[in-house]
Design a protein around this ligand. Structure first.
Ligand code: GLN
Length: 236
């Protein structure tokens, strides 16, 4: 099969449940072509992945997990993500990406592609949902040091621990609300602090996003496109 040159990156948005259209709108405004992912053939073809990047939206992670398994998509998604597909999960999407889920629904599982343990619904009920400015420690997202992303928190999960395969990228009131995959042997939070002694190279490496990023909040609901722009920048 001849692969045609692509004018726009193709981004799959998992569309089994939850806030799909808001992500689609942000991605299309940035020039991406959006594919709604509802079955394995939407993201995997005989010649490899059909998408250049993937977004797992917010919603209800236990329902999304159940549907992923019902439609036999969990293993296929897990494979293309671990093979390097740039992936962004928001809220329930972070829960799906995580290694371990606390306060999970009965028999709820996760894809285990981001080395974090999360607790579902850590930030309270729907009624106390609100918008916040969140400082993000990742150069491509903020574009400048100590920049902030505007986002909504809706029954958000919290990252309880970050393993050596990941690093935290944002904290609010002492809680970790986002993480990204860390380079092997490199830049995890568990490693020594390497931002001193003018080691600019190490500092920059710490501030780059890995291929898999999970955030507990919703920038797509405030129209803040910084994370989506960073996702598209990872598409080669
Ligand atoms: N609490 C939800 C869950 O566990 C996530 C909420 C959200 O995505 N806004 O899936």
């Amino acid at each position: 099969m001849v692969t045609e040159p692509r004018s726009a990156p193709v981004v799959g948005v998992l569309a089994l449940q939850g806030g799909v259209s808001e992500h689609g709108d942000v991605l299309e405004q940035l020039g991406a072509r959006v594919v709604l992912v509802r079955r394995e053939s939407d993201f995997a073809g005989a010649d490899g992945p059909r998408i250049d990047a993937l977004v797992l939206p917010g919603g209800e992670s236990s329902a999304q997990d159940r549907l992923l398994r019902l439609f036999d998509m969990a293993e296929g998604l897990r494979s293309i993500i671990t093979e390097g597909l740039p992936t962004l999960g928001t809220c329930a999407g972070l829960v799906l990406l995580s290694r371990e889920v606390r306060d999970a629904a009965p028999s709820q599982r996760s894809l285990d592609v981001l080395d974090v343990a999360v607790r579902r619904n850590a930030l309270g009920p729907q009624l106390v949902s609100h918008e916040v400015d969140i400082a993000v420690d990742a150069a491509e997202v903020i574009g400048r040091q100590d920049g902030r992303v505007r986002a909504a928190l809706i029954r958000a999960p919290e990252v309880l621990s970050v393993g050596i395969g990941a690093r935290a990228i944002c904290r609010v009131d002492g809680r970790v609300l986002g993480a990204t995959t860390a380079a092997p042997g490199g830049d995890s939070d568990a490693g020594p602090e390497r931002d001193t002694d003018g080691r600019i190279g190490a500092r920059d490496a710490r501030r780059r996003l890995g291929t898999v990023t999970g955030i507990a909040f919703h920038p797509e609901l405030t129209g803040d496109a910084a994370f989506h722009r960073a996702l598209l920048a990872q598409v080669r």
